[in-house]
Design a protein around this ligand. Structure first.
Ligand code: GLN
Length: 484
C-alpha cells in the first residue's frame, strides 16, 4: 500500500498496527505534494515544518496509547478557517498577510485529537465562486483533467484530497462550496445541517448560510470527521445544543425500508445527457439495495432558489465585508485622507467577484429596494424550507444530481457571472433550507466525475451516511483515483 491516497481509516490501521508512524505518513505526503503541487495548485500555504512537528507529537501520543481515528492523520484546511500563527488569507489580497491570533473551533477540536495539518487550501476569494478561478493568487486545476476547474469555492481542499496531497480536508459551504468541488473531483463532501458544526473562526461570507464540513475519500471518513467536529459551541450562538451521535453506527450496507424521493426540478433544462444517465443508473442501484424510490416528487419552488440566494448571500456578504476598512485587518493602503485610504484599501484589496457581491448586496438592501428584493427573497426562503419539510414527512431522503454538468474548462465561465452562478442550481436550495446534503461519487462521463447528492431533514446526517455508504459499497466509484 502506498503512503498517500489512503483513507482515514486505512491510515489509522497503519498507525494502530505500528506499520507506519505519523511522521512517515506525513513525510510521504509532503514528498507527494512537492511532486504534484506545481500541476494542481491546491494549496495557498504548505505548512511543512508545522506538520512535521505535529506528526512527531502525534507519534508521542500514540506511543502513550492515546490513539483516536484522526490522531496523526494529515489534513488540509480551507484557507478561510483561522489557524493560530499561520496565515489565513481567504485567497484574497485583503488578508494576504493576516496571521490569526486564535484557532477556529473546528481546528481546535482537531488539535485536541492530535491533528497534523499539511497546509491551507486554495479557494475562490472569500468563498465566492464555483470554480476556484476567483482566487486572487492562482486557479486550482482539476486532477482528472488539468485544463478543467475543480469546482469551488473549496476547490483546493477537494483537489488536495483527490490528488493524494492530504488524507482529508475541511471545507465550507454557503451555496455548494463543499459539494460542487467534491463532486467534480470524485470525493465525498458533506454540508452538515446549519448549526451542527461551529462557525467560530470561519471567516464569514453569508452567516445564515455558511457551514463547515468534511471532504473525504469515502463516507466512513466523513462520519469519522463529523464525530470530532460536530457539536455545540458556546462561542457560536447559531450552533445547536443537540447530542452528537456516533456517526459510524449509521454505516449499514443496505437500504431496506427506506423511502427515497427524486425531485424532478433538479433535472434542469440544459443538464448534460450523460450526467442524467449516470443519475438514473445510480438511483436504480439504490432501489436494488432495498429502498423504495418515488421518481416523481415535485418541489416547485426550487426554480426560485437561485434568485433568492443571489439576493440573500450578497446582502449578508456586504455587511460581513464592511469590516475590511484597512484599519482592523490585513491589507491597508496609505491614503491622503481616511476616506481615500478606505476607498483604495477596498479598491485594491478585493477582487472583481467580491466587489460584484458587495454592489449587489448594497443595492438589494438600500431604501426602496429592500422590500422589493431582500424581503421577497426571505419570504421565498420560508417557502423553500416548508416545501422540504413537507417532502421529508413522506421521504427519508431525497436524491438529486450535484450539478447539471461535468467539470467545465478553466476560462469557460469566468467572464459570465450568470453562467457561473448556474453551476450551483442543485446545491443552493439546501443552504437556503438549512438542511444537510451529502455528495458521493456516482460515475464518469468521458473520464470526468459525476456525483449524486443525498438530502435529508435537519440533523438527519445519519440517514445520509447510511444511504451514501450503502451506495458506495455497492458501486466503488470512490476508489478511482486520477493519474497526475
Ligand atoms: N458558488 C456559490 C457562490 O459563489 C456558493 C459558494 C459557497 O458555497 N461558498 O456564492
Amino acid at each position: 500500500m502506498n503512503r498517500y491516497n489512503l483513507t482515514i481509516h486505512q491510515a489509522h490501521q497503519l498507525l494502530k498496527n505500528g506499520e507506519a508512524s505519523s511522521l512517515e505518513l506525513t513525510r510521504a505526503l509532503l514528498e507527494h505534494i512537492a511532486r504534484v503541487e506545481n500541476k494542481v495548485h491546491a494549496f495557498v500555504t504548505v505548512t511543512e515544518d508545522e506538520a512535521l512537528r505535529q506528526a512527531a507529537q502525534a507519534d508521542e501520543r500514540i506511543k502513550g496509547g492515546d490513539l483516536t481515528p484522526l490522531t496523526g492523520v494529515p489534513v488540509l484546511i480551507k484557507d478561510n478557517m483561522c489557524t493560530r500563527g499561520i496565515a489565513t488569507t481567504c485567497s484574497s489580497r485583503m488578508l494576504e498577510n493576516f496571521i490569526p491570533p486564535y484557532d477556529a473551533t473546528v481546528v481546535e477540536k482537531l488539535n485536541q485529537v492530535g491533528m497534523v495539518m499539511v497546509g491551507k487550501g486554495n479557494m475562490d476569494e472569500f468563498a465566492m465562486g464555483s470554480s476556484n478561478e476567483h482566487s486572487a493568487f492562482y486557479p486550482t486545476c482539476n486532477p482528472w483533467d488539468l485544463s478543467r476547474v475543480p469546482g469551488g469555492s473549496s476547490g483546493g481542499p477537494a483537489v488536495g484530497v483527490a490528488a493524494g496531497e492530504a488524507v482529508y480536508a475541511l471545507g465550507s459551504d454557503t451555496g455548494g462550496s463543499i459539494r460542487l468541488p467534491a463532486g467534480f473531483c470524485n470525493i465525498v463532501g458533506l454540508k452538515p445541517t446549519y448549526g451542527r458544526v461551529s462557525r467560530y473562526g470561519l471567516v464569514a461570507f453569508a452567516s445564515s448560510l455558511d457551514q463547515i464540513g468534511p471532504m473525504t475519500r469515502d463516507v466512513t471518513d466523513s462520519a469519522l470527521v463529523m464525530n470530532v467536529i460536530a457539536g455545540y459551541d458556546p462561542k457560536d450562538s447559531t450552533s445547536v445544543n443537540y447530542t452528537v451521535p456516533d456517526y459510524t453506527e449509521s454505516l449499514i450496507p443496505d437500504l431496506k425500508g427506506l423511502k427515497l424521493g427524486v425531485p424532478r426540478e433538479y433535472f434542469v433544462e440544459g443538464m448534460q445527457k450523460c450526467v442524467e444517465e449516470v443519475m438514473r443508473t445510480a438511483i436504480a442501484t439504490l432501489e436494488e439495495l432495498g429502498a423504495t424510490v418515488d421518481w416523481e416528487v415535485s418541489l416547485p419552488h426550487t426554480k426560485y432558489a437561485l434568485a433568492a440566494y443571489y439576493i440573500i448571500a450578497p446582502s449578508e456578504a456586504m455587511a460581513n465585508l464592511a469590516r475590511y476598512d484597512g484599519v482592523k485587518y490585513g491589507f491597508s493602503y496609505e491614503g491622503e485622507s481616511m476616506w481615500d485610504a478606505m476607498e483604495k484599501t477596498r479598491g485594491y484589496g478585493f477582487g472583481p467577484e467580491v466587489k460584484r457581491r458587495i454592489i449587489l448586496g448594497t443595492y438589494a438592501l438600500s431604501a426602496g429596494y429592500y422590500d422589493a428584493y431582500y424581503l421577497k427573497a426571505q419570504k421565498m426562503r420560508t417557502l423553500i424550507r416548508r416545501e422540504f419539510e413537507e417532502a421529508f414527512e413522506r421521504y427519508d431522503a431525497l436524491i438529486t444530481p450535484t450539478s447539471p454538468t461535468v467539470p467545465f474548462k478553466i476560462g469557460e465561465k469566468v467572464d459570465d457571472p450568470l453562467q457561473m452562478y448556474l453551476s450551483d442550481v442543485c446545491t443552493l436550495p439546501i443552504n437556503i433550507a438549512g438542511i444537510p446534503g451529502l455528495v458521493v461519487p456516482a460515475g464518469f462521463c468521458d473520464g470526468l466525475p459525476v456525483s449524486m447528492q443525498i438530502l435529508g431533514k435537519p440533523f438527519s446526517e445519519e440517514m445520509l451516511f447510511r444511504t451514501g455508504f450503502a451506495y458506495e459499497q455497492a458501486t466503488g466509484w470512490w476508489e478511482r483515483r486520477p493519474e497526475i
